[in-house]
Design a protein around this ligand. Structure first.
Ligand SMILES: *Cc1c(COP(=O)(O)O)cnc(C)c1O
Length: 472
């Protein structure tokens, strides 16, 4: 494709995207396709160049029906996966420039814009200058890096010798059953193993880690000759947005030099609001932490901020220095390849920069506050209705709710009822919510915070909830 054809096709694509975005509220939220339907509708492998027009037509007929509309104002599932148009432009700039991030020299701007935007985000979320940041693809990768750093600290850099296989005493990692599945996966992938992941008890009301239980587990493990290596604390857990008390956990970690990683993937966005920062009080005492601007804040996926304090340790663990990557500026510059697992990196900082520059922090804060108020409004309706309950206190914008007419249902009958009404709403395409288990029973999570969701959409949801739960 030559540059002039690119220009023309590019304009067509932007027009297509803008029209598509306009059409989202008219579409079903949940993709109404069965398994194999999209692949069956794919055109054959082209043997001749196609026109941009025919490709865009295929997007309309083949792809769009197979898209679950997470930008839809009635999407309340999983988490808000906002993709603000301003950040989309930054992502297009990233792709369009075709940069290569494998060393500072391969694109000095990629490294330095990332450093500056990470500092901006640090400032916007009220963190101190002790933290240095980078942008990973996801919080899952960030958590794996956090656990690798913990592993190497506790094992005195076992990677430089026989690795975990040469250790005499097993390393232990502590979290709670509320932690995201990526924590267990990272523990597995770091070679620590499931049986060394300790699920610490939680408070039955708030689902936050019981810190005295944590201290007890650590004591018992130490007595048994094991090595406590890491605590992964949740700042906003997946199912019910529980906040572990980071300050108290940090006290326990400090006593034994245990690495503390804070997973704030979802709730980190809230920390743009000073009034929410008490929820992660003590975060300054953690060793590493991560959060996803690609969720509620709305910088298009993939954009996960990872911050550490001990960058010397980070580099001891992750740096490589092969001859073909050496340059004359080594030692003076940041080599982001030494901050994570991949060598080649995208220019992800551009989408964050575009997002901040074109939307502006004030508008972002205003939208986050709108969502908190909308979630509060729905929580008030639910709590005031005799047949509905809020299963956990509302901490941010995700509700955990259940309908139980007259309080008469329990056990399997209650589960059947819950799954029926939420299944009906989801299948209808009118709205989408995620059913989730809590304490052995099904409940429904309502995650508020799509950019397009206004109060009227919450009102429509409340009507739907009542209509479908009372039927059947
Ligand atoms: C979404 C989420 C994750 C995983 O995020 P990815 O970026 O998709 O890996 C981890 N932890 C929490 C608390 C989350 O909400």
């Amino acid at each position: 494709m030559d540059n002039e054809s690119f220009r023309e096709a590019g304009h067509q694509l932007i027009d297509w995207i803008a029209d598509y975005r306009l059409s989202v509220p008219e579409r079903p939220v949940l993709a109404q396709v069965g398994p194999g339907e999209v692949s069956k509708n794919m055109p054959p492998l082209p043997d001749q160049p196609q026109s941009m027009q025919s490709l865009l037509q295929a997007l309309d007929t083949v792809v769009v029906p197979g898209v679950t509309q997470v930008q839809h104002p009635m999407h309340y599932g999983w988490f808000p996966s906002n993709a603000s148009p301003a950040s989309v432009l930054g992502d297009i700039a990233c792709a369009g420039m075709g940069t290569l991030g494998i060393s500072w020299e391969s694109c000095p701007a990629l490294t330095e814009v990332e450093e500056v935007t990470c500092d901006w985000m640090r400032e916007l979320t009220g963190l101190s200058e002790q933290w240095q940041g980078t942008i990973h693809d996801t919080a899952s990768s960030a958590c794996l890096v956090g656990i690798l750093l913990a592993r190497e600290r506790a094992s005195k850099l076992c990677k430089n010798a026989g690795g975990l296989q040469a250790l005499k005493s097993p390393l232990r990692v502590y979290t709670t059953a509320q932690a995201h599945s990526s924590v267990a996966k990272a523990v597995q992938m770091a070679g620590i193993g499931d049986s060394n992941l300790v699920m610490v008890d939680v408070d039955p009301q708030t689902h936050a880690m019981d810190v005295s239980a944590l201290a007890r587990c650590i004591r018992e493990d130490t007595t048994a000759g094991m090595t406590p290596a890491c605590v992964v604390a949740c700042s906003g857990s997946t199912a019910v947005t529980a906040f572990d008390s980071i300050d108290e956990i940090a006290d326990v970690c400090a006593e034994q030099n245990i690495w503390l990683h804070v997973d704030a993937a979802m709730a980190g966005s809230a920390m743009l609001l000073p009034e929410c920062r008490h929820l992660w009080q003590g975060v300054e005492r953690a060793d590493s932490m991560a959060w996803n601007p690609h969720k509620w804040l709305g910088t298009i996926l993939d954009c996960s901020l990872f911050y550490v304090r001990d960058t010397d340790h980070l580099q001891q663990v992750l740096s490589t220095n092969p001859s073909y990557l050496r340059g004359s500026t080594d030692g003076e510059v940041t080599q982001y390849r030494d901050w994570g697992i991949p060598l080649g990196r995208r220019f992800r900082a551009l989408k964050l920069w575009f997002h901040l520059a074109l939307d502006g922090p004030d508008a972002l804060r205003k939208r986050l506050r709108r969502d908190l108020q909308n979630a509060r409004w729905l929580a008030d309706q639910v709590a005031a209705h005799p047949d509905w309950e809020m299963l956990t206190p509302l901490t941010l914008q995700t509700l955990a709710i259940r309908h139980n007419p007259g309080g008469k249902l329990s056990g399997e009958a209650l589960d059947r009822h819950t799954l029926r009404w939420v299944g009906e709403i989801n299948d209808s395409g009118e709205a989408f919510m995620s059913p989730s288990m809590l304490g052995g029973n099904w409940m429904v999570r309502v995650s508020v915070g799509v950019e397009a969701t206004e109060r009227e959409h919450l009102e429509a949801l409340w009507t739907l909830l009542q209509r479908h739960s009372e039927r059947g």
